[in-house]
Ligand binder design. Structure first.
Ligand SMILES: Cc1ncc(C[n+]2csc(CCOP(=O)(O)OP(=O)(O)O)c2C)c(N)n1
Ligand SMILES: CC(=O)[C@@H](O)[C@H](O)COP(=O)(O)O
Ligand SMILES: [Mg+2]
Length: 613
């Protein structure tokens, strides 16, 4: 069924009914698969209206981040496949150019849409092809560095881009920064909205352009300088993002404008499901939940690495007022809610500005503070130059708390944290640690915050959890010799050197097969003394890590001796559950064993090959 044709035939009442059906479908699927519930429920009317006016098959609609494209997917040929979303081999949770040609530009990271759209528009122009180019971007994404860089070029590029700003006053948490204040003022100026309605009633249709002039003048008066107009774009709105008529009228109005245009659309994040409306932060990226109660279906008695990290930091900060914590709009994901509430003056959510966060931390460090930047591995990629130029070169003592290291699961290739070992290891002056479990993460953090650091350090840990109780783990916190590797199992002939969280799986393999297992918390520096012992006492040495092979930990050991590297091969890892992906990558217990066996067979070490049969 062609849903684009279908929605164009509906009247507003029928559209309302269809919107409800879509919401029910999304809630139902996300409750089973997990996913970005609140962002998608907020854009149902926006997407339907946009696709009644613009044509996703002919025009170029670019969605920023892509986490809010479930309705887009449903309308562009993926209705029946929708229950597979975020599942292994199923639909992606983001736009993906390999999934559909109508996902015009793939995403997952914030802030790429305007730049990509400008490129697309220019290419279409150079080819003499006529099509509308439209960006849909959230108020959070709009504040990211790349969006602002692109906005700054719109006028100079003679663009006619149409930008729809989905203004819900939320990033994942509350949106922050001056631009968000401008948008918030627009959004909440009740007087403005009321006046707009009154004026609309007062003027007849023929006065529409006059009405708009007054409305825009009023908007500037009420909100101060108009940010968008200052950049050379025409700014319309705010309009009600859940009112079909208002949305459609405005989209039709701007469609043929010959200049770059922004329409701000007020939406309610999580609209239509009371739990997500009242708590859009929790339902931004929801795990499986029970629809009737709105509660998440999580195992009891577990503690995630992120929670352990955040709560440990809160404890340590009670006694150390130099600890400062920074996040790039990922407060809840990185477990920092408690810290932000307890120490508001020492907590900085700087929005989606990973580059700035790194350099800001650098500034803090030069004045003697102990900055901790808690960031997802995949998002820290954005600040590669800042890590080198601002931090490592100047040996600034910053702790990079790298959450979501390794495979993250259902978010897939845009979000896996598999590159950090490779992109950090090459940088001089930096130390990199990968704890093996939650307790070890707490110990490492405790140690590093009580040690005089000679430069930046990174601690990488996964999107995972263990059974355990925080207070009990806290009682056992102790200083560890972070740079020393540890012998966890002494075996014969074959040794495994494992770094980070795969150590648990590697230890099982080692115990079962009487192999030596050395735990390398420190990826850099290498414990050369222990490495020497391993080489001297074993015939075959394996390394295990959850990161890419090229440039990774194991590859770093090769300059010291012969090592069989078990890591992620040269490919982007797809999406699926963490368990499925570790199996797919041969990084679970069975997979590690299988890979070892292959190598041992190849190297004719029959005895060992038999042993792991
Ligand atoms: C570079 C980068 N940093 C952080 C994130 C995590 N992230 C995903 S969506 C989001 C908030 C986006 O807010 P907004 O654009 O307003 O969209 P909404 O969910 O409110 O519709 C954040 C911080 C990301 N995807 N990319
Ligand atoms: C779109 C995006 O980047 C985030 O919403 C991300 O999906 C959150 O991931 P977690 O669920 O691991 O916090
Ligand atoms: Mg938002």
């Amino acid at each position: 069924m062609d849903y684009i044709e279908y929605i164009r035939k509906l009247d507003y009442q029928e559209l309302e009914r269809f919107a409800s059906e879509i919401r029910r479908y999304i809630i139902n699927v996300v409750s089973k698969n997990g996913g970005h519930l609140a962002p998608n429920l907020g854009v149902v009317e926006l997407t339907l209206s946009l696709y009644r006016v613009f044509n996703p098959y002919e025009d170029y609609i670019i969605w920023d981040t892509g986490h809010q494209t479930y309705v887009h997917k449903l309308l562009t040929g993926r209705w029946d496949l929708f229950p597979t979303i975020r599942k292994f081999d199923g639909l992606s949770g983001y736009t993906n150019i390999f999934e559909s040609e109508y996902d015009r530009f793939g995403a997952g990271h914030v802030g790429t849409a305007i730049a990509a759209a400008l490129g697309i528009e220019k290419a279409l122009e150079l080819k003499g092809k006529k099509a509308n180019v439209v960006v849909v971007i959230g108020d959070g994404a709009l504040t990211s560095g790349e969006s602002l860089e692109a906005l700054n070029q719109i006028k100079t590029l003679n663009s006619k881009l149409k930008i729809i700003v989905n203004n819900n006053s939320m990033s994942i948490s509350k949106n922050v920064g001056a631009l968000s204040h401008f948008l918030e003022k627009l959004r909440t100026s009740k007087f403005y909205l009321d006046t707009k309605k009154t004026m609309k009633r007062a003027f007849s249709k023929g006065f529409e352009e006059e009405l708009k002039k007054i409305r825009d003048a009023l908007k500037v008066t009420l909100t101060g300088e108009d940010f968008f107009e200052g950049l050379g774009l025409k700014h319309f709105g705010p309009i009600d993002g859940h009112n079909f008529k208002e949305l459609e009228d405005e989209f039709r109005r701007i469609k043929d404008y010959d200049y770059p245009t922004v329409v701000t659309v007020n939406t309610v994040k999580g609209k239509g499901f009371k739990n997500s409306e009242s708590n859009p932060e929790k339902f931004h990226s929801a795990s499986k939940f029970d629809i009737s109660s709105g509660t998440f279906l999580k195992e009891k008695g577990i503690i995630s690495y992120s929670e352990a990290f955040g709560r440990t930091l809160s404890k340590l900060a009670e006694k150390d007022d130099k600890i400062i914590v920074i996040t790039a709009a990922m407060k809840s994901g990185t477990g920092l809610k408690e810290f932000s509430e307890k120490f508001p003056k020492r907590f900085f959510d700087l929005g989606i500005t990973e580059q700035m966060c790194v350099t800001f931390a650098g500034g803090l460090a030069t004045i003697g503070m102990k900055p901790v930047f808690a960031v997802y591995s995949t998002f820290l990629q954005r600040a590669f130059d800042q890590i080198i130029h601002d931090i490592a070169l100047q040996r600034l003592p910053i702790i990079f708390a790298i959450d979501r290291a390794g495979v993250v699961g259902e978010d897939g290739p845009t979000h896996h944290g598999v590159f950090d070992i490779a992109y950090l290891r090459m940088i001089p002056n930096i130390k990199i640690y990968a704890p093996k479990d939650v307790q070890d993460l707490m110990n490492t953090l405790y140690t590093l915050l009580n040690t005089k650091l000679g430069g930046p350090v990174a601690i990488r840990y996964p999107r995972d959890y263990e059974f355990g109780d925080f207070e009990e783990l806290c009682d056992k916190i102790n200083m560890v010799d972070v740079d020393k590797w540890k012998l966890l199992n002494e075996g014969k002939d074959v040794a495994i050197i494992s770094t980070g969280f795969p150590t648990k799986a590697a230890l099982k393999v080692a115990r079962k097969n009487n192999f030596t297992l050395v735990f390398a918390r420190s990826i850099k520096p290498i414990d050369v003394e222990m490495l020497k012992w391993v080489f001297e006492n074993h015939n075959v040495v394996f390394s295990v890590e959850e990161g890419v092979k090229i440039g990774g930990f194991g590859e770093g050991l090769l300059s010291y001796g012969n090592v069989e590297v078990i890591a992620i091969d040269d490919e982007f890892v797809p999406h699926g559950s963490r368990k499925e992906l570790l199996k797919y990558l041969n990084l679970d217990v069975e997979g590690i064993e299988r890979r070892m066996r292959k190598v041992l067979e190849r190297r004719n070490i029959y005895e060992n090959a038999n042993r792991i049969r």
